[in-house]
Design a protein around this ligand. Sequence first.
Ligand SMILES: Cc1cc2nc3c(=O)[nH]c(=O)nc-3n(C[C@H](O)[C@H](O)[C@H](O)COP(=O)(O)OP(=O)(O)OC[C@H]3O[C@@H](n4cnc5c(N)ncnc54)[C@H](O)[C@@H]3O)c2cc1C
Length: 556
Amino acid sequence: MSTHRLTAPAPGWTAATDVVVVGSGVAGLTVALNVRKAGLRVMVVTKAMLDDGSTRWAQGGVAAALGEGDTPEQHLDDTLVAGAGLCDEEAVRTLVTEGPDAVRRLIATGALFDRGEDGEILLTREGGHHRDRIVHAGGDATGAEISRALVAAVHTDPGIELIEHALVLDLLTDAAGHAAGLTLHVMGEGQRDGVGAVRARAVVLATGGMGQVFSATTNPAVSTGDGVALALRAGAAVTDLEFVQFHPTVLWLGPEAEGQQPLVSEAVRGEGAHLVDADGVRFMVGQHELAELAPRDIVAKAITRRMQEQGADHMFLDGRHFGAEMWEQRFPTILASCRAHGIDPVTEPIPVAPAAHYASGGVRTDGHGRTSVPGLYACGEVACTGVHGANRLASNSLLEGLVFAERIAADLSGRHRAGELPERTVDVEATRSAHPVPLPPSEARAEIQRLMSRGAGVLRSASSMAGTAAGLGLIAEQGYAHVAEEKPADPRVETWEAANLLLVATALVAAAAQRAETRGCHWREDFPERDDAHWRRHLITTLAATGGPVSTPEEQ
Ligand SMILES: Cc1cc2nc3c(=O)[nH]c(=O)nc-3n(C[C@H](O)[C@H](O)[C@H](O)COP(=O)(O)OP(=O)(O)OC[C@H]3O[C@@H](n4cnc5c(N)ncnc54)[C@H](O)[C@@H]3O)c2cc1C
């Protein structure tokens, strides 16, 4: 392999703040608003517009034990079942006990959730929940409302500086190894254009998911796993990467469809829509006590299995019995997106197939959002707090973003009061990321996605993943060669994203190939059983000195 590699070009400008937050979804903006309460200055940097992450796309809602008769303990039980033996019970307990108040605080910030005529918050049910405990907004536009409320709140605080179109590249650390800022590539005009550096006393990653590592995903274009790639390059531990949740019911747009695809929320099944095959047979009945409302991995596997049996590339979700009025009032977004693609759910079943939806794993954190690099925090989908285990329970992710963002802010505030946050003394030039980045051509993105969907998607086996790993290795080789040819000072954003996708895909396959069992949303065709004796433990992934990811099973 060629030794030509690229590090970030020298920063052309620098800025400073107390806490720099990367990402402007539910997690990032909640950190920003709460850190401000301690009087610290905050800078939020985000690579597109403020509302371009997954948060805006969330449909179903936020899970919290707010209903009569419901308790955090019952929410905990459902979460542990979905997590298939790998949840961190302490983290789940934090989520479910602090969750209801976190939702109330979100309402106080300005989020408007759907209420009944009596003024009470309406609660619905989703897959894997034994209670009605999902709060929603605008029917099926929950994320858009949360995003609207949080964006409005950060705009009113002059102590929060917002930088859009700023792609964060790598972490800066001080002489003691403490996170001390970031390098970033701003696509703007004026003083802060091109590659620059932000000095800070702490860094929070809230960069969302990595769905774009697969061809078909519900995630928006920005979800390229940048936070996980950055953390790996910074020497942080990541974990549970193999547990990618494939949403069972994504609108099927044809065999050639790529990139973000419209989701048909679990809530549609929650309200009584049926999954049927081309012959109209309800194939989930008899497979699980909750039938269509079984946990997502069970439904995704059953759909995939049925598709294989029948040689079909999709199944159907039948909600015709809802009638036009219910579709219009309860699911206006889904109705509109189906109709935009020529399907009318009022009169015909919706064609659906599974697609990559949620990363249960990510940058490993403790209960306060701290990663293994001092001063580097992570929350939201980029983090692995341990609440999801081997499979996320529906609507627990927005809640996790809220709860653990608040916990990070509390930790930072406490450390600030105790005088424990380091000053910004870092010499930017001396501490730029030591880990070089092989840059593949930006066109590699589509090839990485195809390789991942083919060999490391819903169905995985040693041989399918070996093929994917070989293909990814080839792209890395081309990346190194490409660097030798390219002028290294000005890589494009697409190129940085392709580099991150390549690193994250390689790490994901390395972990998935090691986990020789089927558990949660990780389904191995060659190891169809769950193997608690060997695998009731996490795989921790770090970057070796040679640059490649290494996954090590945690001690049992
Ligand atoms: C279609 C869909 C429906 C969903 N429905 C639900 C639901 O009903 N309930 C639920 O709980 N969850 C749902 N989820 C999951 C949930 O929306 C996400 O897990 C959650 O919103 C993640 O929030 P976040 O703040 O961590 O990240 P995001 O909202 O994804 O935000 C990430 C931010 O980081 C920025 N960013 C990324 N990389 C960089 C970089 N290198 N430099 C600078 N900025 C960067 C992005 O631009 C973005 O602003 C859904 C997800 C999707 C895609």
